[in-house]
Design a binder for this molecule. Sequence first.
Ligand code: DGL
Length: 264
Amino acid sequence: MDKNRPIGVIDSGVGGLSVLRALQKAMPHEKFLYLGDTARAPYGTRSRETITAFVAEMTDWLEQKGIKQLVAACNTITVLGTSVIRGSHTFPVIGMSRGVEEVLQATKNKKIGLMATDFTVSTGAHRKEIQNADPSAEVFGVSCTKFVPLIETAQFGSPALWEAVREYAEVLKEKKADTVILGCTHYPFVREQIEEAFGSGVTIIDPAEATAKLAKEELERQGLLQTEGSGRCDICFTGDMELGKRLAARMLDPAACEFKQVKL
Ligand code: DGL
């Protein structure tokens, strides 16, 4: 395998750009090929069969581009399992870290909140992994269904967004969670609002950096990590490009990215 090949990064929309930011920071010499299915987001309210079919279209597209690794920068896709995501392809797949280590380090009362999509919460994947590491930890999941459509349409200061943030935060405050995982890669786009709603006693965990570390370690293991040359980001969306670029500018330097609309 040639280490000059790009790393593929997928998400249902713009959310994975929060992970791409961490990937780029951890591996500045790599070429990234990001594919966000903005035309069909959100995925998190769809069935397992539909999500699996959409993911297969994305991975087929990236296979043709010759990627050396695939990062599922999406929790909803990750909980399908790496073998389902990989399908019949040969590239290694890195899924989103569940942030277990950071969470257990941060919590004092072992009451942990999970903000994620319907699909992710329903699988119980975070709860299982956290309780495997510490059976005395309690995990409370809240499906934040209103977030992704508001983020994908850039409604950051809107009353609807604030109302949704307060509604979901309230559920976890009632449970006395002192640590909250952003279990959907879209939510770092509204991290400030989430932090404000919880106030200072709650630690917010974004597993993007931990995920980037996993991706880097895997490339190192395979001898495929780029250690010189200038990196690059090609960002492809299936939906509206103007909106996509505007949202990307919240996470990355748009001048350092190439944008392209694609059809799957
Ligand atoms: N960004 C995604 C995640 O991490 C998916 C959001 C969605 O499309 O519902 O779960």
